[in-house]
Structures are given as C-alpha cells and as structure tokens.
Design a binder for this molecule. Structure first.
Ligand code: ATP
Ligand code: MG
Length: 180
C-alpha cells in the first residue's frame, strides 16, 4: 500500500486542478517559500478528515478554499482526492486502487467519497484505522511531532503504539459497544 497520487482543486493556493504523482520510495517536494509545499501536506491531512482549522494553519475551515488573488476570483469549493495503491489488500476493501475524496463548499456543505461513492467520514476513519495512514496515524509527522512522541506522557505515547500494532480498531469497537 502506498500513496500513488493526490489531486487538488480549489484547495488553498491551488486554484487549477493539480495532480502530484508519487512513486514507491522517497519523494521530496522542493520549491521557493510560499510556493505551496506545506499546502500539499495540509491537503493530505484534510482529505483524511482533519477537523481542526488550526492544524491546517487557518482560523476557520472555509480558509482552505482558494480565496482569490489580484487577478483571479475566489472559488466556491475545494476538492482533494488521494489515490492509494491497495494491490496488497492492506485496506479492507476489494479494490486495488482506492480513491478518497473530500469536498467543501463555501455554504458549509461538505462531502466525503470512497471510489466516487458518497460516504460518511466515519467510513473513511474505519477504512484507514490501524493502517497508520489516518489523520491520527503516524504517517504524517509534522514539525514538532517527533519531539511530542519522545516527550509525551506514557499514556499518549501508548496511543502511537496501539495504532501501529493494529489495536485501535478493536478498542474503538469496544467503546462503541459499551455506549449502546
Ligand atoms: P515555506 O517554504 O515558507 O514553508 P511553502 O511552500 O510551504 O513555503 P505554503 O505555506 O504551502 O508555502 O503556501 C503558502 C501560500 O499559500 C501563501 O502564499 C498563501 O497566501 C497561500 N494560501 C494559503 N491559503 C490560501 C487560500 N485559501 N487561497 C489562496 N491562497 C492561499
Ligand atoms: Mg512550508
């Protein structure tokens, strides 16, 4: 399983549709200050279900929608898709390629899709749980995260290991079952 590509349209500085392809192994994104490198990381976090505007370096969720420039009008919605190679069937879904999409309109309406079919955010969380890819997984190590893992309380650090060993899913199901 690996990230094959990301499609971005109307998200932050990416007004036109942009597709960034990744290959197995290491990909480095380079560019001048302000050219959109961090915006690509924000887009990945966002499509995985990030709900905190602050984590995405904004003050409200609408800030992720292209807000226009001197000679370009703002857009009405942002859309990001991640295309994940699943030929090793690590994701519990019978597709060799999985496309996860999130869309947000200025009206506040939002949509999530798996392989172009509308779904709940919960379905995306469940699909990615225990794979390390989810928004709370360890696949995105932002600035300061290494320090956080090293210096956090043992209980917090335990969550990282639970995700890595695949127990998070069962723990969540237990919590849900107890609630019913
Ligand atoms: P650095 O090397 O300084 O870290 P970077 O390549 O990571 O730079 P980003 O932070 O990804 O740069 O991009 C910042 C740019 O994105 C800024 O010019 C900012 O105006 C633009 N930007 C952020 N949100 C929006 C938005 N909603 N609409 C239009 N442009 C946006
Ligand atoms: Mg940056």
């Amino acid at each position: 399983m690996y990230l094959k590509s990301i499609e971005i349209k109307g998200f932050k500085s990416f007004a036109d549709k942009v597709e960034v392809e990744f290959t197995k192994g290491i990909t480095a994104i380079v560019g001048p200050n302000g050219s959109g490198k961090s915006n690509i990381c924000d887009a990945i976090r966002w499509v995985l279900g990030e709900q905190s505007a602050k984590t995405l370096r904004g003050s409200k969720m609408e800030d992720v929608i292209f807000s226009g420039t001197e000679n370009r009008r703002p857009l009405n919605f942002a859309e990001v898709s991640l295309i994940i190679d699943n030929s090793d069937n690590i994701l519990p879904i019978e597709y060799n390629e999985v496309k996860i999409t999130r869309r947000l309109y200025r009206s506040g309406e939002s949509e999530y899709l798996i392989n172009n079919t509308a779904c709940r955010l919960k379905d995306i969380y469940e699909l990615l749980m225990d794979t390390g890819i989810g928004v709370d997984g360890y696949s995105i190590i932002g600035q300061g995260k290494v320090e956080e893992i090293l210096s956090s309380k043992p209980e917090d650090r335990r969550l990282v290991f639970e995700e890595a060993t695949g127990i998070t899913k069962f723990k969540n199901r237990k919590i849900e079952a107890e609630r019913k």
